[in-house]
Write a protein that binds this ligand. Structure first.
Ligand code: SER
Length: 317
């Protein structure tokens, strides 16, 4: 059985992706790694402490477990990136370069690396943003994602490393909270709505961004990694989206389930980042090349988020 390594395995996407990979391929075949390990023992399967800026640690882990597939998720997100651009470059670019080098050195490794809608900038068409278009981002996070896409293409063409990836929109999840992103409000709002019946969003009521719900986010990663290489014309940086809505539309959808819910809007510096990103995405290339087909829209995602978080609250978790 092919062994898989996940970096950033205890982050927002990593937590749920690791679980999904373990149920699909067997817990013993999926190595969860992170810079800090979780304090509990709820993780069933191999766990390794790996800092992605440490190239030797990555190579050692790949060799020790005979890894052939890597999901490289460790990264600093957009809003936190603006607070410390130097570390963001070091972790996002340095980490990716180390993972690609390790894959090249060991040989025969397939790599998944998520890019983001943050590759786009104010000059990009904001509605139904095409796959191939202007990419001049204004955040350090976005710059590392554009450079990372180019580096992935370079390793594919120059060294034959099979690097694949999608440009995730905002990811909404119930399993593990996001941290340091501009789209975090679309997750925080659910926790606060259930806990306190109110939420103050850090973006405008009419701020529209593309989003995806975690089950679709995971399905995309696994489906792309299992796709036949010969069907792919693009390799990394596939546009991807499932829904687009404003903060106000999200609040109104939550209100259908929790009639007393009140949302206020106090935009901060993250609004400028949101304003530089697309409102909606044309993901027809992903649909055509590897069968991307999201299942969740705003209504279905909202109902599922509220049900899942309520169940967790009742179980005291
Ligand atoms: N969700 C990410 C962020 O807000 C975008 O990739 O930074």
């Amino acid at each position: 059985m092919t062994r898989i390594l996940v970096t950033g395995a205890f982050g927002q996407i990593g937590t749920e992706l690791t679980q999904a990979l373990r149920s699909r391929y067997g817990a013993e075949n999926v190595v969860a790694s992170g810079r800090h390990l979780p304090g509990d023992d709820t993780v069933a399967g191999p766990v390794e402490k790996v800092d992605v800026t440490d190239s030797e640690a990555i190579v050692d882990t790949i060799r020790n477990y005979d890894v052939r597939v890597i999901y490289h998720l460790a990264a600093i997100l957009s809003a936190r990136g603006e607070q410390d651009p130097q570390s963001t470059w070091k972790i996002n670019m340095g980490g990716l370069k180390n993972v690609l080098e390790a894959a090249r050195e060991v040989g025969g490794c397939r790599v998944f690396w998520p890019s983001s809608i943050a590759v786009f900038g104010p000059e990009t068409p904001a509605d139904q943003t095409p796959q191939d278009t202007v990419m001049r981002p204004t955040t350090i996070y976005g710059i590392t994602k554009v450079a990372g896409e180019l580096l992935g293409d370079y390793y594919f063409h120059r060294y034959g490393v099979d690097v694949r990836g999608v440009r995730y929109p905002g990811v909404i999840s119930s399993g593990s909270p996001p941290g340091g992103g501009t789209t975090d409000y679309a997750v925080d709002i659910f926790y606060e709505a259930l806990r306190h019946g109110r939420y103050t969003a850090f973006v405008r009521e009419d701020c529209v961004l593309p989003m995806v719900y975690m089950p679709d986010c995971i399905d995309a990663a696994i489906k792309l990694m299992e796709a036949d290489l010969s069907s792919l014309n693009h390799h990394n940086g596939f546009n991807l989206a499932a829904m687009s809505f404003s903060a106000g539309q999200l609040a109104a959808e939550i209100k259908k389930h929790l009639p007393g819910f009140v949302c206020h809007y106090e935009p901060d510096e993250r609004q400028a980042i949101a304003d530089s990103w697309p409102r909606s995405i044309d993901d027809s290339v992903a649909r055509r090349e590897w069968g991307w087909q999201p299942q969740y829209d705003l209504a279905r995602m909202t109902a599922d988020m509220l049900d899942t978080l309520r169940e967790r609250q009742q179980a005291g978790r």
